[in-house]
Design a protein around this ligand. Structure first.
Ligand code: SF4
Length: 255
């Protein structure tokens, strides 16, 4: 397959995604999958990291392969101090810079003026408005010129992610969305982290398998779903921040 151009339409993008979904499935190692992505795509490859276990594994593989990837995280302004420490430690370990994308000041001021600093607890709509300003819009800015977007989504993370493919055309962002550890179990992930001594957020060892903003994340109890500590005051259905919307057909299939 010829390398993909930075700009392609939905038909080319869909067929390229289908090709990559097949080729990634045939490669065992994460480093091999990252190398295949870098080989196939000539435009900007973006990697949005939350500094969670999945993204730390991918960060390690990106650094190992030396793939040219634009790595960024979303500065929500509400991170745990441990998350920021993990970011600094990762930059030092891998000798790279992780771009820090902040919300637009005017958006944030308007949101807080309307809902208050803790307004995300008022309603699901208010919570989604906060995620929109602090996460979704900065993400859109980060992906604006990207041809492809690497994420750490895994099928085992939640029922809503059970059908995550290795690659798909993301019509909303006009790029190929790549999930190179879609098929990994949590056991595989932990083994990779341990084998490579990957720096991880110390909160994971304190009952936080999934870490988001401080006021919206709690430790989970034994037996709880790994994402039960995210927005725990809401119903289980649709507990996403809007960064990873699923196509309507798939969303229906998961219901
Ligand atoms: S996770 Fe909570 S604090 Fe962070 S952006 Fe979403 S609602 Fe706001």
């Amino acid at each position: 397959m010829r390398p993909l151009d930075a700009k392609f339409n939905a038909i080319d993008g869909s067929s390229a995604a289908a090709y990559l979904a097949g080729s990634l499935a045939g490669i065992d190692s994460l480093e091999g999958r990252i190398a295949e992505i870098a080989r196939a795509i000539t435009g900007t490859i973006a990697f949005s990291t939350s500094l969670g276990l999945e993204d730390q594994a991918i960060l390690h593989a990106v650094a190992e392969t030396g793939a040219a990837v634009d790595i960024f995280t979303l500065d929500t302004g509400r991170h745990f101090p441990e998350t920021l420490d993990t970011l600094a430690q990762s930059e030092q370990r891998y000798r790279l810079r992780i771009r820090f994308l902040a919300p637009a000041a005017e958006d944030l001021e308007r949101l807080v003026a309307r809902d208050g600093v803790g307004g995300f607890r008022l309603s699901v709509e208010a919570r989604k408005a906060c995620c929109d300003v602090r996460k979704v819009r900065p993400l859109e800015r980060g992906l604006k010129s990207a041809a492809a977007w690497i994420t750490g989504l895994r099928r085992g993370q939640s029922s809503g992610r059970a059908l995550v493919p290795f690659a798909e055309w993301d019509a909303e962002h006009g790029l190929i969305k790549l999930n190179p550890i879609a098929d990994w179990s949590v056991g595989q992930l932990e083994a990779y982290i341990a084998a490579n001594d990957v720096p991880v957020n110390p909160l994971h060892a304190r009952g936080f398998p999934s870490i988001g903003c401080q006021p919206c994340t709690r430790a989970i109890r034994p037996g709880e779903d790994i994402r039960a500590g995210r927005w725990w005051w809401e119903n289980e259905d649709g507990k996403e921040c809007g960064l990873h919307k699923r196509p309507a057909a798939l969303a229906g299939a998961q219901a």
